[in-house]
Design a protein around this ligand. Structure first.
Ligand code: AHR
Length: 326
């Protein structure tokens, strides 16, 4: 519960004034009003369209008109900046801390500090590896391993007629999104001896690095026919690199991507991306709902996986594209 419910100063003054004047006019009934709930949100950064949609969703959910004061911190993909932000939130005495963690490890000390200060911590999007789960109140996010397995199932059923030579663009190493999607692909590689991993490197989920990596692959003359790219922005960079080299994405190279943001779905429709596994960024209302439950003294499930889908040319529709909010 937020810590400082208090009564309206204005109403108090009015009542005092009425008393002093001996006024008989009815004094309005005092209604308790709640101060805004203060939420400190430590965001990973602004590395992708997904991340920007996530930031917007959180800012809209934790607006002043909804009764919140949001303290937003962009960590520029650096864990040390997130740790500093959390310490600042503790120092400011926020009511809740929301953390979208860069990587899974390294949170025990700072979360123990939040716990000692009595501030509930909600983890969103990626997961953390904590020495005990009492260090956070609950988590809501994606099943990243499920996403990776989903992609592998599609590759298995749609690309079985030819040997695959796979270029793997990973997200930032140590993040749940990278760990889960990579583990999914690794399972596929271990059960398909005809699939060959010809290149693997991290593009940190950014478009610029996605392009750089594929340019490096092309310069090295590596033979490949599949790009397994762990997010849409790296995919956009990869597509630019392929086109600049005179190759046709979707024909010369099959592209598997993650996020399923609107522009990527347009590319699924035009055939440049063959399969895009959804990762839903719209966590603002979900986290807000958790906070409202906690405010009402209710518990929230410790772990909540959001529902997600995936799209290829056979399943994408103009209506779906229209309704895509991000
Ligand atoms: O954690 C979610 C991942 O992080 C998204 O796939 C990616 O685009 C983002 O940067």
């Amino acid at each position: 519960m937020s810590k400082h419910p208090r009564y309206s100063l204005t109403l108090l003054c009015l009542a005092l004034l009425a008393l002093l004047c001996g006024c008989t006019a009815p004094v309005p009934v005092e209604e308790p009003y709640k101060e805004a709930i203060v939420v400190g949100f430590s965001q990973v950064g602004a590395e992708s369209d997904w991340r920007n949609a996530n930031t917007l969703s959180m800012q809209q959910a934790f607006s002043a008109s909804n009764g919140y004061r949001l303290i937003f911190d962009d960590a520029q993909q650096k864990q040390e900046k997130q740790i500093t932000a959390i310490r600042n939130f503790i120092h400011q005495g926020v009511d809740y801390i929301v953390l979208a963690p860069t990587t899974e490890k390294g949170w025990d000390t700072v979360l123990a500090e939040a716990k000692a200060a009595g501030i509930p911590v909600i983890i969103v999007d990626r997961m953390i590896e904590a020495e005990n789960d009492s260090l956070f109140t609950c988590w809501i996010g994606s099943d990243f391993l499920g996403e990776g397995r989903n992609a592998v199932r599609w590759m298995d059923s749609h690309l079985e007629d030819r040997p695959l030579r796979i270029v793997h663009l990973q997200g930032n190493i140590g993040s749940s999104a990278q760990i889960g999607r990579t583990a999914g692909l690794n399972e596929g590689l271990s059960t398909h001896p005809e699939w060959e991993l010809v290149y693997r490197a991290s593009g940190d989920f950014t478009q610029a690095k996605g392009q750089e990596l594929v340019e490096a692959v092309l310069t090295q003359g590596i033979d490949f026919n599949v790009i397994f790219s762990e997010n849409d922005n790296m995919t956009y960079g990869a597509i630019d690199a392929l086109k600049n080299a005179g190759l046709t994405p979707g024909k010369d190279v099959t592209i598997i991507s993650f996020d399923a943001s609107r522009h990527a779905l347009e590319l699924v429709m035009s055939g440049e991306i063959s399969y895009d596994v959804e990762c839903n960024p719209l966590h603002g209302p979900r986290v807000e709902n958790i906070i409202q439950r906690l405010e009402s003294g209710l518990e929230s499930p410790k772990l909540t996986y959001v529902e997600e889908s995936a799209f290829d040319a056979a399943t994408i529709t103009p209506g779906l594209l229209e309704s895509r909010g991000y």
